[in-house]
Design a protein around this ligand. Sequence first.
Ligand code: 5AD
Ligand code: SF4
Length: 481
Amino acid sequence: MGLEKTENRFADLAGCVPVREPQRQFYFMEEMKKLVAEQEKELGRKLTMHVATFGCQMNAKDSEKLCGILEYIGYQETESEDADFVLYNTCTVRENANTRVYGRVGYLGACKKKKPSMRIALCGCMMQESHVVEKIRKSYRFVDIIFGTHNIYRLAELMYEREQTGKTVVSILQEAEQIVEDLPAVQKYAFKAGVNIMYGCNNFCSYCIVPHVRGRERSREVCEIVKECADLAAHGVKEVMLLGQNVNSYGKNLEHPVSFAELLREVARVEGLERIRFMTPHPKDLSDELIAEIAANPKICKHVHLPLQSGSTEILRKMNRRYTKEQYLDLVARIRKAIPGVAVTTDIIVGFPGETEEDFAETLDVVEKAEYISAYTFIYSKRTGTPAAAMDNQVPEEVANERFQRLLKVVGRVASAQAEKAAGTVATVLVEEKNPESGLLTGRMENNMLVHFPGEEALIGTLVPVCLKECKGFYYFGEIV
Ligand code: 5AD
Ligand code: SF4
């Protein structure tokens, strides 16, 4: 199936290229495999690849898919950036991520000068911005392939095009055309994995570039998600993290709408899976059904990441978050009541345009009241093309920096007080690794905190009960009980 005659984009491909996916990509992976094998023969060694990931869990998941394609083609992964094929999967959520990418691409250019057969590819969120692509085409002409967030599955095809034409290949789609499943992927960990449940975001928070670079919300079918989870569990995965920019709106655009709570229930039925996490819900529409499901289902981690962004109702309005300070605190209270012992974490931005000292004080107030166990804190970063970038009263850098320092102190104090409360109790942890220096095992608790404790390496990938002997603020030392 799928072997239909198609218009040929490549001069020397006289045969048939499959039109349908994923067959089309397997065709190009096989073609690239031949080219790589030829090059290996010439060089008398394996070809190497390096994939560097910037940004969030979604990008990490995309990188696993990209690595899967490169491995299938025959590349061997290496830590070194001086590899035969280097791919940067970029993030543009804040400006400093962009600056880092430009610096490192400059370094890759120097490597390529010494080794002209090297190939450099850039993909991900930054590439969805036209000014970025223009800059790279002008100032970093040595880059071979540029693609965006909607066509990562086409890596092999783009690589093939680069080899055939000898020219830089640029392929950026404004919207996703389809969700392509069943391509090879490598898994970073044997015992835990991220699973995409949806792509894109429809919320348009006024500071955020994500809806502009990741497109509109698209949910995967329940059966596809459950199948992927079952496959993972059959290969020894104990914990899955369900990934989406706003998981509460999961399933709304499916032909047969499904709620996120229903999806969780289905995933929890998968035999062999022991823990389920999810990222990220939006406070504006976190349902009682979802709270009840987390409370009732023993496989779902008792941890809710609930991005606050700001504690000021006025700033929240300008951010287009669609909840007030009071509604947020009420939601936290309802979650705590329904799920005893739940850990709540958050994201906070300081220095949003127009943020006054009073607004900032409201944020500190919520941090105290919500009793977070940890918080990701950010200084507002102006993203071209978002409504907030054009707002008056941008907060001076030194003011934002100073507030940020104060926020860190309060978050640190509140979080360690929370962590201290759990000292002396027994927590179930998923053992992730053995530290070669200390010889201690490291395990992750349901609330995502780390515990270090003595134990055998054979325990890696299993769930064990550990007594939290000593609290170190952001982590614990413990003992298996
Ligand atoms: N500036 C600073 N932080 C931002 N985030 C998103 N956009 C910006 C921005 N322009 C933060 C939000 C979000 C997290 C993933 O990144 O807190 O929840
Ligand atoms: Fe960005 Fe808001 Fe969507 Fe999160 S919910 S990705 S902050 S627009």
